[in-house]
Design a protein around this ligand. Structure first.
Ligand SMILES: O=C(O)CCC(=O)C(=O)O
Length: 264
């Protein structure tokens, strides 16, 4: 019979590097909390990306004119006469086989397909450093999604996987997610879509216990519904190296990217 085919997510995550992860438990945590933490990268994978990220020049504050070696961050701030909060690799990361292996891992798409539906597609991959820095402007912090709770509106529905490629403690700018905030939104928050929100205002709505600060070893991965409130924090002492693999439901558009590779 002719008719519209409903695409169903496949049940088989194939040959994944994330042994022992129960996909249903991940999807259930995403539905109830908006967050699942506990994906672990094999050491060879996160070490290869970390080594790539040490020896490859990155771009500061999403600006291709601010190119520098990650190990020369302090000199680069002097050279450019401004604080450098982040260092992105943009399309250069596609030269790193370990990063491609994560991006293509069948478990990520399987989780995305069960959470977002069969139309889930890979839309972005990025790897970047966040650096401790003296006086970052609010504009640079907002651009880097640091220091203020926000939620992402790049697509109707999205899912973001994050991986720490170096250990992250309280001084390394951990990511923070407000558990449960993907499900309900106060009218005030709904009406001020693009503005970052002060922490107390968000805690008043979702409860003091709701933020989860994600710290952990190199290789720790977590996945979140970015419609919930979240933020990065500015590292106090140690640079943070992070990877993001994002899935959405609409075809990729330039609008949602800062310059990272668009996956087609
Ligand atoms: O750097 C972080 O931890 C936050 C990233 C973020 O907020 C985002 O990708 O939307």
């Amino acid at each position: 019979m002719a008719g519209r085919k409903t695409r169903r997510p496949a049940d088989n995550a194939g040959d994944t590097m994330f042994a022992g992860v129960d996909r249903e438990a991940v999807v259930e945590a995403l539905r109830s909390d908006g967050l699942f933490s506990g994906l672990v990268l094999p050491p060879a994978i996160h070490e290869e990306i970390a080594s790539f990220a040490q020896r490859t020049p990155c771009f500061g504050n999403f600006d291709r004119r601010l190119e520098f070696m990650p190990g020369e961050h302090a000199e680069a701030e002097k050279r450019f006469g401004r604080s450098l909060l982040s260092g992105h690799f943009f399309e250069r990361i596609l030269d790193c086989r370990a990063a491609l292996a994560i991006q293509r891992d069948p478990l990520l798409l399987d989780i995305a397909a069960h959470y977002l539906g069969g139309q889930a597609k890979l839309i972005t991959t990025r790897v970047w450093w966040s650096f401790p820095t003296g006086e970052a402007s609010d504009a640079d912090k907002n651009l880097a999604s640091l220091g203020k709770y926000h939620f992402d509106l790049d697509d109707w529905r999205m899912l973001k996987f994050f991986f720490y490629l170096k250990p992250v403690d309280a001084d390394t700018g951990p990511h923070v997610y407000v558990r449960g905030s993907h499900k309900r939104r106060s009218l005030k928050h709904q009406l001020t879509l693009l503005v970052g929100h002060p922490a107390q205002e968000v805690l008043d709505v979702y409860g003091e216990q709701s933020p989860v600060t994600l710290t952990g070893d190199a290789g720790l991965g977590f996945v979140e519904d970015p419609f919930g409130f979240h933020m990065g924090t500015v590292p106090a002492r140690t640079p943070r190296l992070m990877m993001e693999v994002g899935f959405g439901v609409s075809p990729p558009s330039r609008r949602r990217f800062h310059g990272e590779p668009v996956i087609r």
